[in-house]
Design a protein around this ligand. Structure first.
Ligand code: TUI
Length: 314
């Protein structure tokens, strides 16, 4: 494998691990980078010092390039960016906002910047502001999401920008990877499947919930408050639905989710915790090492593409 993304990031396989708060620790990021992809530490809502510690820990676990995902809605985003500029990981990916104001300083520090976006307009803006590649995330993804599917977002973004495009959302196996490349992507971002990696430190109950999930189990809550989030159906999502239907206040609805990620990922509370996961959870059926997950997206790709060519030959 050698796509433009591999060249840009100095990686062997064009796979970026999604930045999942609480799940994407130094251990997971290092395992993905050691497996030939690009691992990301998720800053999530963590304070800057905790992120600095994770970056330093990751350096002890891998000598391959890795990055940090910055959730821009975090109250600590500004200070986390400052720490990143000091520590200089190879890459910064951002989510849930516009990283434009940080791009000049990141570039100055020699850090590659890959914003996650959910619309064509935002992709164009990010390229203009100096992004090195664009991660186009479809609504199939877990966590905070946009409206468009990966199927329609990726080709439009690929047409609109000239930097490499990474497809994200719903890519669970090599069929999804082949589709992403056909849509014009230069790489894929994978989140949900890495929750079920051996190296991921998420609680066993959380991993089991992903393994058990069926096709319609990853539901969206929070549409009415303007911050839609996809997570596995449980007591918490049903409570969200009830409050939203009753027309509860934004504050009351948001209060429900406070601490929800921590409860799910660290405490294993699968009832009142927020089990953020993408639609692809239904396609994740075993726990494997990160290196095997990465290879599985490409092994047998020739055969798959031959089948496609045969089916579609005129
Ligand atoms: O950011 C994500 N996924 C996330 S963030 C997160 S933490 C959270 N928890 C509860 C509520 C909300 C967030 C959990 N999962 N994915 C990347 C992503 N970014 N998806 C959509 C966007 C996005 C949205 C708007 C990117 C840019 C954007 O621009 C807005 C603007 O400023 O114009």
């Amino acid at each position: 494998m050698n796509t433009r993304l591999c060249e840009l990031l100095g990686i062997e396989y064009p796979v970026i691990q999604g930045g999942m708060a609480w799940v994407a620790t130094a251990e997971l990021a290092a395992a993905v980078s050691n497996g030939g992809g690009l691992g990301l530490i998720a800053a999530g809502g963590a304070p800057a010092d905790a992120v600095r510690e994770q970056i330093r820990k990751c350096r002890t676990l891998t000598d391959k390039p890795f990055g940090v995902n910055v959730m821009l809605m975090s109250p600590f985003a500004e200070e986390v960016m400052q720490v990143i500029i000091e520590e200089k990981p190879a890459v910064v990916a951002t989510g849930a906002g516009n990283p434009g104001k940080y791009i000049p300083a990141l570039k100055e520090a020699g850090i590659k910047i890959l914003p996650v976006i959910a619309s064509v307009a935002m992709a164009k803006k990010m390229e203009k502001d100096g992004a090195d590649a664009i991660i186009a995330e479809g609504t199939e993804a877990g966590g905070h999401i946009g409206e468009l599917t990966t199927m329609v977002l990726v080709p439009q973004v690929a047409d609109a920008v000239s930097v490499p495009v990474v497809a994200a959302g719903g890519i669970a196996d090599k069929r999804g990877a082949a589709a992403a490349f056909a849509l014009g992507a230069d790489g894929i971002q994978v989140g949900t499947r890495f929750i079920c990696s051996e190296e991921c430190i998420a609680h066993e109950n959380y991993k089991n919930a992903v393994l058990k999930a069926k096709d319609r189990d990853a539901v969206v809550t929070g549409r009415s408050t303007g911050a839609p989030v996809r997570a596995l159906k449980n007591k918490l999502t049903r409570e969200y639905d009830r409050l939203e239907k009753e027309g509860a206040s934004k504050e009351e609805i948001e209060q429900l989710g406070v601490g929800g990620l921590r409860r799910a990922f660290l405490d294993g509370d699968v009832q009142t915790g927020s089990l953020m996961a993408g639609q692809s959870a239904a396609m994740v059926n075993k726990i494997e090492p990160c290196a095997d997950i990465i290879r599985s997206y490409f092994e047998g790709m020739d055969e798959l593409l031959k089948t496609v060519a045969e089916k579609t030959e005129v």
